[in-house]
Design a protein around this ligand. Structure first.
Ligand code: GDP
Ligand code: IMO
Ligand code: MG
Length: 436
């Protein structure tokens, strides 16, 4: 039996979709555990490209792979139904039994999206995806949120929608925002509930039963460790727990059920949205040559947001940040993605630590007061010219690329069990499979 958690080890968009899709071959159940439609996970199979926002990447593997949306998620029912319709139109998700949605997951209401939008107009904008994620988690924590189960209880739902209005009306009105009229919102929400209820389950009990039957469960993280609400670069983070422990809380399963935690990391770093990013090659103070390198990464790596289309900020690999991700997640292995994007760089740099107020630190200082003055300490390695996309085993990589990978392993102290050299399934070097 193997139950494996996959998490993003950086600021999101590490290639979780591709890696989860690959590992799903060996899993029976795939559970998405955090966030909502702020995520965008890209799956490439043959000439088909699919971006999922809510439904786990297991969906590409066809019938019999159960896709679970766990209780810790925040779900926009309209987006969910659109995603289900799109998947069905592509011949996927044909059996309703393959989709399992927690009755305890929270609902993103139109006013959550509106508050998110209005906040992003102000001076405290953090570059959110404007999907209403923050306001929905706020409502949950304030114990006034709407849960999926409420969508099929009209009286209760009306009460909750009224409560939501009471809390948010002034904020929205003062900023010239709009509310969907109550009767319309109630009617639409109830209609969504009728369509979604066939998938409703107590997902904690469901996943536990599947584990007891010896079925393999893969937990698909969203976002990345540095966007974690408790540990990330606060306040420039998302509103949920993005690390491995979040899978347990969200799903209601104990940590002792987990056999492996794989952190997905790009061979360089990207970030979309605001917030500190010390190894960024670009931004206001970048030199011309650094900005050009950042642009090269963006261009070659197609670094544009899967959810919002925003250009992603690009920079060198930050091992001092990866060490944090390894610690927070208890990472047992790393899947290193997009190594192909670094081809044709004359030299490559790895950030191995920081200088903060004259002090050397081996981990990224996440505290906003420290991180802003933190100076990356770089180690420089020789680059490689050759294309790596056709490599299928480690030895076929250019020697300099092999050295780069080995150096990352040594610096983080975690083995690299998979190297991705292109977006397609086949463009992968599988070294150690966590399900075997
Ligand atoms: P996720 O949010 O972590 O699932 O990542 P995204 O899908 O938002 O972004 C990753 C992007 O990189 C997608 O466009 C993938 O198709 C692509 N990708 C994944 N692995 C590789 C790789 O090894 N090489 C290249 N060139 N692209 C990759
Ligand atoms: P995947 O799963 C990259 C970022 C946003 C913003 C911050 C808060 O595809 O890796 P939010 O809308 O969550 O309140 O925005 O978090 N963010 C992501 N960045 N990948 C993601 O998901 C992200 N989800 C949220 O850009 O900086
Ligand atoms: Mg993404």
């Amino acid at each position: 039996m193997a139950n494996v958690i996959i998490v993003g080890a950086q600021w999101g968009d590490e290639g979780k979709g591709k890696v989860v899709d690959l590992y799903t071959e060996f899993a029976d159940v795939v559970v998405r555990f955090g966030g909502g439609a702020n995520a965008g996970h890209t799956l490439v199979v043959g000439d088909q490209k699919l971006i999922t926002h809510l439904i786990p990447s297991g969906v590409l593997r066809g019938r019999g792979k159960r896709c679970v949306l766990a209780g810790g998620m925040v779900i926009d029912p309209k987006t969910l139904l659109e995603e289900i319709a799109e998947l069905k139109s592509r011949g996927l998700l044909q059996d309703d039994k393959d989709l399992v949605i927690s009755t305890a997951a929270h609902v993103i209401l139109p006013e959550h999206r509106e508050v998110d939008r209005l906040r992003e107009l102000g001076k405290n904008a953090i570059g959110t995806t404007k999907r209403g994620i923050g306001p929905a988690y706020e409502a949950k924590m304030a114990r006034r949120g709407v849960r999926m189960i409420d969508l099929i209880h009209p009286e209760r739902l009306k009460e909750l929608l009224l409560r939501s209005r009471e809390e948010l009306a002034q904020y929205i009105a003062e900023r010239g925002g709009t509310f969907t009229p109550l009767e319309q919102e109630l009617e639409e929400s109830l209609a969504y509930g009728q369509k979604i209820k066939r998938y409703f389950t107590d997902t904690s009990s469901y996943v536990h039963q599947e584990m007891t039957r010896g079925r393999h469960v893969l937990f698909e993280g969203a976002q990345g460790a540095l966007l974690d609400i408790d540990h990330g670069t606060y306040p420039f983070v998302t509103s949920s727990s993005t690390i491995a422990a979040g899978a347990c809380t969200s799903c209601g399963i104990g940590p002792t059920s987990i056999d492996a935690v794989i952190g997905i990391a790009k061979a360089y770093t990207t970030r979309v949205g605001g917030g500190p990013f010390p190894t960024e090659l670009g931004g206001e103070n970048a030199t011309v040559s650094d900005a050009a390198l950042g642009e090269q990464l963006r261009k070659v790596g197609h670094e544009y947001g899967s959810t919002t289309g925003r250009p992603r900020r690009c920079g060198w690999l930050d091992v001092a940040a990866l060490r944090l991700a390894a610690r927070w997640n208890g990472m047992s292995g790393i899947a290193l993605t997009k190594l192909d994007v670094l081809s044709k760089m004359k030299r490559v740099k790895i950030c191995v630590g920081y200088k903060v107020n004259g002090r050397e630190m081996s981990e990224l200082p996440c505290d906003i007061n420290e991180i802003e003055g933190a100076q990356p300490i770089y180690e420089e390695l020789e680059g490689w010219d050759a294309d790596t996309t056709s490599a299928r085993d480690f030895e076929s990589l250019p020697t300099a690329a092999q050295r780069y990978v080995r150096r990352i392993e040594a610096l983080v102290g975690v083995d690299i069990g998979l190297i991705s050299v292109g977006p397609a399934r086949a463009e992968t070097i599988m070294i150690k499979n966590p399900f075997r």
